[in-house]
Design a protein around this ligand. Structure first.
Ligand SMILES: NC(=O)c1ccc[n+]([C@@H]2O[C@H](COP(=O)([O-])OP(=O)(O)OC[C@H]3O[C@@H](n4cnc5c(N)ncnc54)[C@H](O)[C@@H]3O)[C@@H](O)[C@H]2O)c1
Length: 434
């Protein structure tokens, strides 16, 4: 199968490499020519475990190539995977400008029957707009179909998720498109669910919003725990033992971030409201999440009183471990609030520091990046943990404490055993437990 993957960001790169690994002939194309140049030189523009090896193996085999010539990529392919961004617009809805741009590009280069696959996360009914746009701008009578194939990969385990998915959702409205899509995913035919397009589009938003809801739910329980003698870690464990609930995504903390959950939740709220559906449940999910950062900073204030002129070390900047992605990371709002209050910040992340530097450039005084957690902790009046990187569990906390001005430790991810940290002489605060 000849496939073009349009947009080579987090999803597009993994999709291109993964489809090549499935045995297809794939070209990844992006409008950012410099990004394509870097990929061709063997540089991987993002940190994603296993991606470098997968790209290299398929580039070597000749099943995968990259090009900035989008028109040629569209013309040469039978199936077009649209992997461009659908960021949050001003009113919370998904900004569909990149999807529209790609639809016009496809229309202008339609030189035979093609299936246009929505891989990006898009609002239900987007296929109608894509079809209309291609029909409006195409220059001939060539036929095409639109299919929805939402992506469920998680940053940090994206390669594994793509190669060994739990499920593959395929939304189609013609037998021809269905047969092509089934051939593409032939090796995973035991886990394919075929639906109509609206259903497939909605499954993605429904899944992400449900996971977001689960996180806000346990964070609500954490608030209750903080006013009682209950321990949210054990509440989550006790709930999770019920297979109807399940243990995953019941981790209390400073809330969810990333390029998907916050925007997909808001997009679904907007979709529902536009359709006249009461979306209060999901609005509350968002409101609880928004409040996490303020509650976290309240803990810091109750330990330090005034933040102005204090030095705060922040460990973990990525929105979750094993990624360099800081989009919508809670750490951004935390660092901004600290700076707004007049504090100085010393930041550390194993992979995301460079992306954070673009938002908070190092000035050597108010914003400093440490080369290690211990360096970030130097002279700090308090230490905050914002991402549960596994490597933080191996920290020499006694050394960290030695370097700090005050041994105040606020763990936003419940990474440590409170008794063990307190035994080292820290004042230790975490989420939903004493
Ligand atoms: N990141 C995730 O974990 C994840 C998971 C599942 C689904 N998604 C969805 O997948 C989509 C892509 O997400 P991402 O994180 O990869 O975004 P991204 O911003 O990392 O990548 C988007 C890419 O599209 C390119 N692009 C934009 N307009 C283009 C055009 N007209 N022609 C060609 N290329 C163009 C950009 O240059 C960029 O490289 C979004 O809809 C997102 O919601 C993301």
């Amino acid at each position: 199968m000849k496939i073009a993957v349009l947009g080579t960001g987090y999803v597009g790169l993994v999709t291109a490499a993964g489809l090549a690994e499935f045995g297809h002939s794939v070209v990844g194309a992006d409008k950012m020519a410099d990004k394509i140049e870097r990929i061709r030189r063997g540089e991987i523009p993002i940190y994603e475990p296993g991606l470098g090896a997968l790209l290299a193996a398929n580039l070597r085999r000749g099943t995968l190539s990259f090009s900035a010539d989008l028109a040629a990529a569209v013309q040469a392919a039978d199936v077009l995977f649209v992997c461009v961004g659908t960021p949050q617009g001003d009113d919370g809805s998904a900004d569909m400008a990149q999807i529209e741009e790609v639809s016009r590009l496809i229309a202008e280069n339609l030189n035979g029957y093609k299936v246009v696959v929505e891989k990006s996360t898009v609002p239900v009914k987007t296929s109608v707009w894509i079809k209309r746009t291609i029909s409006l701008y195409k220059k001939n009578e060539e036929e095409f179909d639109v299919a929805s194939n939402p992506e469920f990969l998680r940053e940090g385990s994206a390669v594994e998720d793509f190669l060994h998915p739990d499920r593959i959702i395929i939304g189609v409205e013609s037998d021809r498109a269905r047969d092509l899509m089934l051939r593409i995913y032939d090796r995973h035919k035991d886990r394919i669910l075929v639906t109509n397009i609206d259903t497939a589009e909605l499954i993605k938003h429904a899944s992400n919003s449900f996971l977001a809801l689960k996180i806000s739910y346990i964070n609500l329980m954490a608030n209750l725990c903080e006013r009682t003698e209950a321990d949210v870690e054990l509440v989550a464990k006790g709930m999770g033992l019920d297979p109807r609930i399940g243990a995953r995504f019941l981790k209390a903390g400073i809330g969810f971030g990333g390029s998907c959950f916050p925007k997909d939740l808001k997009a679904l709220i907007k979709i529902g409201e536009d359709l006249g559906v009461d979306m209060s449940l999901l609005k509350e999910t968002d409101r609880i999440n928004q409040a996490r950062v303020r509650l976290f900073l309240d803990k810091l204030k109750s330990a330090l009183w005034i933040l102005g002129d204090k030095t705060i070390a922040v460990l973990g900047l990525a929105f979750k471990p094993e990624t360099d992605d800081v989009r919508e990371a809670p750490s951004i709002r935390i660092v901004q609030a600290l700076l707004d209050e007049g504090a100085r910040v010393r930041l550390y992340d194993p992979k995301a520091a460079d992306n954070m530097r673009e938002l908070f450039p190092e000035d050597g005084v108010r914003v400093v990046y440490g080369a290690s957690p211990a360096e970030a902790a130097e002279g700090a009046n308090a230490l905050l943990v914002c991402t549960d990187w596994a490597e933080f569990l191996d920290l020499d906390l006694a050394n960290v404490k030695e370097r700090m001005a005050n041994p105040i430790f606020i763990d936003g991810r419940n990474l440590y055993d409170p008794a063990a940290v307190r035994a080292l002489g820290f004042e230790y605060f975490s989420i939903g437990r004493k």
